[in-house]
Write a protein that binds this ligand. Structure first.
Ligand code: ADP
Length: 401
């Protein structure tokens, strides 16, 4: 069993991330990414034994082509093919059905299909990932596991998940808060409770996953009790290209007065807003951080991002009741952006949260560590590892079976 590994597949709307992980040794044997499916810059790149390789396709590709290439070419070439004992699939939306990861059966596939209405860019593609990997790895047909972004948030109480709409929209149509990034919030909160030596069932924290998509979760006694993303990942914090919270009446105004079609409004709110929309330059925080003081539009956009994040942290602090054991930063921005962490924490003095500038400058690029002063609530930077979490869940379910 010691050499046996899990293949983790994460299908994005026009990308595919993958890894092969030896769970018992906690070792990533292979990891890679394929991107730019829609154009001639499509490629797949991977790292195996510290060696980096890349193949360009010079044509449009799709998830089926990449999965075939991954399994038939890369896994064969690296001799990992025979070590794979199970496949873990990241699934964005599990609806209300799944409170934890499950072995994929026909019923599970049906439920994922049903939840596609809430994640139309992800669930259908992830179903292709499942059907293709069953096709290409028929001997692992019953060893495919679905790990849902939504399942960690199924502990959220009604007071947090219900919208104040006529109740039939929940009862009949299941419109409610589902949240996202659950695998990441679960992973970093577990890690933080270990690092701070507090049992998970007594651990209260606020976890900030800040990446291209950003979300924040209030975790009490190890369980998610509120989260910023809603029915879809559009709600909540200001993000790279998504608007986050806005007055819903803006949509009526765009539609009725500006005559913008509903599909276009959707595109504006999800792809053209956030930091990209505010700066008219980019959503890349590396650029934004480097140019914070050079361009007033960038400073303004970053300050709006910080305003939105600090307000959420402050409001979630009241859900902790007696004690916040930690604030956690993760995701590409949370793990690396010294500026965002500094400026956000500076706004939270009233909550007894203070940053140590020296530590804040030091903890980045994959490092784990505390960045607070001695008299502060602990602030932890923890690189997320959704792949490891998916591999762990998959391994545990398959072994227990
Ligand atoms: P995704 O949500 O797609 O998984 P990531 O978690 O990788 O995204 O985060 C991507 C974001 O992290 C981008 O905005 C990127 O600019 C930012 N980022 C990555 N590295 C740095 C860095 N060194 N400093 C500041 N921001 C960074």
């Amino acid at each position: 069993m010691i050499n046996k590994s899990v293949l983790v597949i994460n299908c994005g709307s026009s990308s595919l991330k993958f890894s092969v992980i030896n769970v018992l040794k906690k070792k990533i044997l292979l990891s890679g990414l394929s991107e730019n499916f829609e154009n001639k810059n499509a490629y797949i790149k991977w790292t195996f034994n510290s060696q980096k390789e890349k193949k360009n396709f010079y044509s449009k590709i799709d998830h089926k082509i990449i999965l075939k290439y991954l399994i038939n070419k890369i896994l064969q070439k690296t001799l990992l093919y025979n070590n794979i004992i199970a496949v873990g699939h990241r699934i964005v939306h599990g609806g209300e059905k799944f409170t934890e990861s499950v072995i994929i059966t026909k019923k599970v596939i049906e439920a994922i299909k049903k939840a596609s209405i809430f994640a139309p860019l992800h669930n259908p593609i992830q179903l292709i990932g499942i059907s293709e990997s069953i096709k290409i790895l028929p001997h692992l047909k019953n060893k495919q596991v679905a790990v849902f972004d939504t399942s960690f948030h199924q502990t959220i109480p009604e007071t947090s998940y219900l919208y104040a709409l006529p109740i039939k929209f929940y009862e009949k149509y299941k419109i409610r808060r589902y949240g996202a990034h659950g695998t990441s919030h679960k992973y970093v909160s577990k890690m933080a409770s270990k690092i701070l030596n507090i049992p998970l069932d007594k651990f209260n924290c606020i976890s900030c996953h800040l990446g291209n998509g950003s979300s924040i979760t209030a975790i009490k006694n190890g369980k998610s009790i509120d989260t910023s993303m809603g029915l879809t990942p559009l709600e909540g914090l200001v993000m790279g290209t998504r608007c986050g919270n806005i007055d819903p009446a803006i949509i009526f105004y765009m539609f009725n007065k500006l005559n913008i079609k509903i599909d276009k409004i959707n595109k504006i709110l999800t792809e053209k807003s956030g930091m990209l929309g505010l700066t008219h330059i980019t959503s890349d925080f590396r650029y934004l951080e480097n140019n914070y003081l050079n361009d007033f539009r960038i400073k303004r956009a970053v300050d709006i991002f910080i305003h939105s994040l600090s307000k959420y942290i402050a409001s979630y602090s009241i859900l902790m009741e007696n004690k916040i054991n930690a604030i956690i930063f993760t995701g590409g921005i949370g793990e690396n952006s010294v500026l965002i962490r500094e400026k956000t924490i500076e706004k939270l003095k009233i909550l007894n949260i203070f940053i140590n500038h020296k530590l804040n400058n030091k903890i980045k690029f994959g490092k784990i560590g505390l960045i607070n002063t001695n008299n502060s609530v602990p602030i932890l930077v923890i690189p997320t590892n959704e792949e490891l979490m998916i591999a762990n869940d998959t391994f545990n379910i398959i072994i227990k079976k």
